[in-house]
Design a protein around this ligand. Structure first.
Ligand code: NAP
Length: 285
C-alpha cells in the first residue's frame, strides 16, 4: 500500500530513509521551517515534497517518521501530538526504551518504535531499520525491496539499538579518551607500539576514531545519555556511557567539520576548548 508520510527531518540518515520511501512510490513530505540549507538540499535530492506548516503537512499524511538527533526526539513528537495528529508515528531515533515509552505516551495509540543500524541507506545490504509494536509490519512493508532493510523485531527496537550502539560508539569514545590520556602522560608512541604487538588493529582503529566520530559527536552525546539511562533502568552500571557522553560533549565544537584530525580532537578532550589551532585543524583546508 502506498502511503503519504511526513519525514522529520531529512538529515544524513533521514534523507536516505525518505529516498527509500520515495523510491517505493510513497509520497514523502518534509518541513523546511527552522531547518538549514543542507537539509533543504538533501530533501530536494531525495525527491521529498516541502510543506509550508506542520499543521498543513499533518493534514495530508497518514504517517510520520521521526529521524532526528536523539535529544530532540521527544520535542519533535510533542510538536506533532500538539497538532492533534492521530495517525501512525514512527520514532526511528537512538533513544532508550524509557524515552520511547514517553514518546508513545505523547503520540498515542499509533506508535511504532524503531532503531536504525548502519550508515545512511543509499546502497542495499548495509543498513537495517528495526521496528517493533503492533503496526511494525506495516512500517517494514513500506521499505520492501528498497536499500533500507526493515525488520520487525520481537521486544523493543530501541533496546536493540541501545545495546548495539553501547558497544560501537561506547568503544570509540573509550579509545578517544585513552588516546587523550596517553598523550597527556607522554606515552602515545609507546602505547601504539605495544598495541601493534599485542592488540593488532587497535592502533589503527584508534587513529580513525576522531575522523569517524568528531563531526557527529554533538549528536552522539545525547545518544550516550540514552544508553546510560537504559543501563540504569536495567539495574546495570551506567558510568561507562555517562563518561562516553562527556567525551563526545567535549568534541561538540567539531560539529559538521569536514575533516577532523586526532590532534584537534585530543586538544578538545584535554579540556582546552577548540582553540584556534583545534578549529583550524578541524575545518581542514
Ligand atoms: N547518520 C548515521 O550514520 C546514523 C546511523 C544510525 C542511526 N542514525 C540515527 O538517525 C537519526 C538522525 O541522524 P542523521 O544522521 O540524519 O542526523 P543529522 O545528519 O545530524 O541530521 C539531523 C536532522 O535533524 C535536524 N535537527 C537538528 N537539530 C534538531 C532539533 N533540535 N530538533 C529537530 N530537528 C533537528 C537537522 O536539521 P538542520 O541541521 O537543518 O537544522 C537535520 O535535518 C539519529 O537518531 C541517529 O541515531 C544515524
Amino acid at each position: 500500500m502506498k502511503e503519504r508520510i511526513l519525514l522529520l527531518h531529512p538529515g544524513a540518515m533521514g534523507a536516505s530513509v525518505g529516498a527509500a520511501l520515495h523510491g517505493n512510490g510513497h509520497v514523502v513530505r518534509w518541513l523546511p521551517a527552522g531547518r538549514s540549507a543542507a537539509t533543504a538540499s538533501r530533501a530536494q535530492d531525495a525527491g521529498l515534497v516541502a510543506a509550508e506548516t506542520l499543521a498543513g503537512a499533518l493534514a495530508e499524511v497518514e504517517a510520520v517518521i521521526s529521524v532526528c538527533p536523539p535529544h530532540a526526539a521527544l520535542e519533535v513528537a510533542a510538536a506533532v501530538a500538539g497538532q492533534g495528529f492521530a495517525g501512525l508515528y514512527v520514532d526511528a531515533n537512538a533513544v532508550s526504551p524509557a524515552t520511547a515509552t514517553r514518546i508513545a505516551g505523547v503520540v498515542g495509540a499509533g506508535f511504532v518504535d524503531g532503531g536504525i543500524i548502519g550508515p545512511p541507506a543509499w546502497r542495499a545490504g548495509l543498513t537495517r531499520l528495526y521496528v517493533s509494536g503492533e503496526e511494525a509490519s506495516r512500517v517494514a512493508g513500506w521499505f520492501e525491496g528498497s536499500p533500507l532493510d526493515a525488520r520487525v523485531v520481537t521486544g523493543s527496537a530501541s533496546a536493540l539499538k541501545m545495546c548495539y550502539a553501547a558497544y560501537t560508539k561506547g568503544s570509540t569514545a573509550l579509545l578517544l579518551a585513552i588516546r587523550a590520556l596517553a598523550e597527556q602522560a607522554g606515552v602515545s608512541a609507546a602505547l601504539r607500539a605495544e598495541w601493534d604487538i599485542s592488540q593488532p588493529g587497535l592502533g589503527d582503529r584508534s587513529e580513525r576514531s576522531a575522523a569517524a566520530a568528531g563531526a557527529k559527536a554533538w549528536r552522539f552525546a545525547g545518544e550516550m545519555r540514552e544508553i546510560a539511562a537504559t543501563f540504569a533502568a536495567a539495574g546495570l552500571p551506567d558510568g561507562f556511557h555517562l563518561a562516553a557522553a562527556e567525551t563526545y560533549h567535549r568534541l561538540a565544537p567539531l560539529k559538521d567539520a569536514r575533516q577532523v584530525d586526532m590532534k584537534a580532537a585530543l586538544a578538545l578532550l584535554a579540556g582546552g576548548g577548540a582553540g584556534d589551532e583545534g578549529a583550524a585543524a578541524a575545518d581542514g583546508p
